[in-house]
Design a protein around this ligand. Structure first.
Ligand SMILES: *[C@@H]1O[C@H](CO)[C@@H](O)[C@H](O)[C@H]1NC(C)=O
Length: 330
């Protein structure tokens, strides 16, 4: 896949931000999370951490957060509001609306900045489960899919379990890493739906020494790639790629295809236009690789689906075909 060259401005921005201290990591956050006893975490439920930014998407955010909160699998929903310029009046109303629609299991947490690293704070006061679902405010997932994903995660607790997969790849001509979608393999799960061990939040925010610090700063400088970095953190520990679950029904309001027509919920998020987005993410992979001196991302293949679905063969006009298809292609 051809990628346009990285404009020097990105590098300049990165260097500028490398000299700033991010607000996302305070020594307090990390020491509190460290002393928590892992045995005290609940194993049978999930904490949902949903990111909100766009005021125009509030009605959708509210319906998604409410739907999650109604599942018996969900212990609580944290809505991280990452847009500091939203008027306090709107946030008060949203907080009131969320608590009235959920008997108190949804908490709105306005964030001090729009840093994407805040999505992965360990938050020991709020996250009391072993599993955390990191998700966006524009993806509607069937609760059966959530339950299935949790079952799959329960037997793959070291790995990220997700519904949206992407891939890293090496461009031999340009000699740099690219971000792409491949038909047969993947190495990156998107934060649209990412189920993982809450311990990894601690690894992301507090672990990894100077290298992690500079990679987290890079995430702040490009306002992107936090999901790629989390996939790196997890692959380093698990030594194996993520798990992709087949969703029964999922509606992605943030999908680029929804941008056409100019209405609805598309286009309000942080990621820019498609090409630039891809290019930035390729650049992130190249930079993470440079900082680490190796490529920890691992490929996985195939998708886990929630039925054994033995395929019967049917005779259709003298040819053997899968029975499902013989009804479909008429
Ligand atoms: C809160 O709910 C009211 C009544 O349904 C609605 O009119 C308003 O737009 C909501 N506001 C926010 C910020 O969620």
């Amino acid at each position: 896949m051809p990628t346009p060259p990285i404009p020097p401005i990105l590098t300049v921005i990165a260097i500028f931000f490398l000299s700033l201290t991010p607000a996302s990591q305070s020594p307090d956050t990390c020491s509190q999370a460290k002393i928590r006893d892992p045995q005290s975490l609940r194993r049978d439920q999930i904490t949902v951490v949903m990111n909100g930014f766009s005021e125009e998407r509030i009605p959708l955010l509210q319906s998604l957060a409410t739907a999650y909160s109604l599942s018996t699998l969900v212990s609580s929903v944290l809505v991280l509001w990452g847009n500091p310029s939203t008027p306090p009046r709107v946030l008060h109303q949203l907080a009131r609306n969320l608590s009235s629609s959920s008997d108190g299991s949804i908490t709105l947490l306005p964030q001090p900045s729009s840093s994407l690293n805040l999505r992965f704070l360990p938050r020991p006061n709020h996250i009391k489960t072993e599993a955390v679902l990191i998700c966006d405010d524009d993806v509607e997932v069937h609760l059966q899919t959530l339950e299935f994903a949790f079952r799959i995660w329960s037997s793959n607790q070291d790995r990220i379990v997700g519904l949206f997969a992407r891939s890293h790849d090496f461009d031999l001509n340009r000699k740099e890493w690219v971000y792409t979608v491949q038909p047969d393999r993947f190495s990156i799960m998107l934060t649209k739906f990412m189920l993982l061990k809450s311990e990894y939040l601690y690894h992301y925010t507090c672990g990894g020494g100077k290298k992690m610090t500079s990679m987290r700063r890079l995430v702040d400088s490009v306002r992107n790639c936090e999901d790629i970095l989390m996939n790196i953190v997890v692959s380093e520990v698990a030594k194996v790629g993520p798990v992709l679950v087949g969703a029964r029904r999922v509606r992605d309001y943030g999908d680029a295809r929804n941008d056409e027509g100019g209405e609805g919920y598309g286009g309000g998020g942080l990621s820019g236009r498609k090409g630039e987005h891809r290019m930035r993410r390729g650049w992130c992979i190249t930079e993470f690789h440079r900082v680490l001196g190796r490529m920890p991302l691992r490929y996985s293949y195939g998708k886990v689906v929630d039925s054994v679905g033995e395929q019967a063969l049917c005779n259709k006009r003298g040819k053997l075909v899968y029975c499902d298809h013989s009804f479909l292609d008429n």
